[in-house]
Design a protein around this ligand. Structure first.
Ligand SMILES: [Fe+2]
Length: 207
């Protein structure tokens, strides 16, 4: 057996990046078409900021089963209409894999949905550790006025499935401004849910 070398990376809270990371990807606002309720507000944003980075990930990946991936994510603050900026969201392709998020800066919400359509929200501030259990769809939302920076870690063989959200017409809830500078959840009118056979298929993937 060949042993992996130990690694060390630094969390740069100011830039929201992991220094020493070997991988980086970004999502621009243009990449997030179809996520937001207010399409005209989205188009107005795209007209001026379409190529700006909405969120980015720097990580230290591994493709080896049994290993973990560590990384940092940074998301811009702001809203489209009354809906806060968010990530696309996913369930793990191996859905029984968990994840951990740790707040470094800003104020965020982890929006979680079970395959059956149950919703949970966890507010994340600096030094909050958020546990995303196996089988939960998850999306992070920046509900603050500053960039949201979080450290994360998850099993290297977890993978990401984004279609599980798109096929259901989005997640069941949206995170919006409550009118007082805070946040609240509202129903997503476009949500169609999942057929019981799809739920059963997801819940049976336990390899
Ligand atoms: Fe994940």
């Amino acid at each position: 057996m060949i042993l992996f070398e130990p690694g060390v990376c630094q969390v740069d809270v100011a830039t929201g990046q992991l220094k020493g990371a070997t991988n980086r990807y970004v999502k621009t606002f243009r990449d997030l078409a179809g996520l937001y309720r207010d399409e005209s507000a989205y188009q107005a944003l795209i007209a001026t900021r379409g190529d700006d980075v909405a969120y980015e990930v720097t990580d230290y990946p591994s493709a080896n089963g049994g290993d973990i991936i560590i990384g940092v994510t940074r998301m811009e603050p702001g809203k489209i209409g009354d809906e806060y900026f968010m990530t696309r969201g996913h369930i793990h392709a191996r859905p029984n894999r968990p994840e951990m998020y740790y707040g470094e800066a800003g104020v965020g919400v982890m929006l979680l949905e079970s395959p059956h359509g149950e919703i949970r929200t966890i507010e994340i501030r600096a030094r909050t550790m958020c546990y995303v259990p196996p089988f939960w769809i998850h999306r992070s939302v920046n509900v603050g006025l500053e960039p949201l920076v979080m450290t994360f870690s998850y099993p290297a063989d977890a993978g990401q499935d984004y279609d599980v959200i798109a096929k259901a017409g989005g997640m069941r809830s949206r995170i919006v401004d409550d009118g007082n500078g805070g946040w609240t959840t509202v129903d997503n009118a476009g949500y169609s849910g999942r057929h019981p056979s799809l739920v059963e298929d997801i819940m049976s993937r336990v390899d």
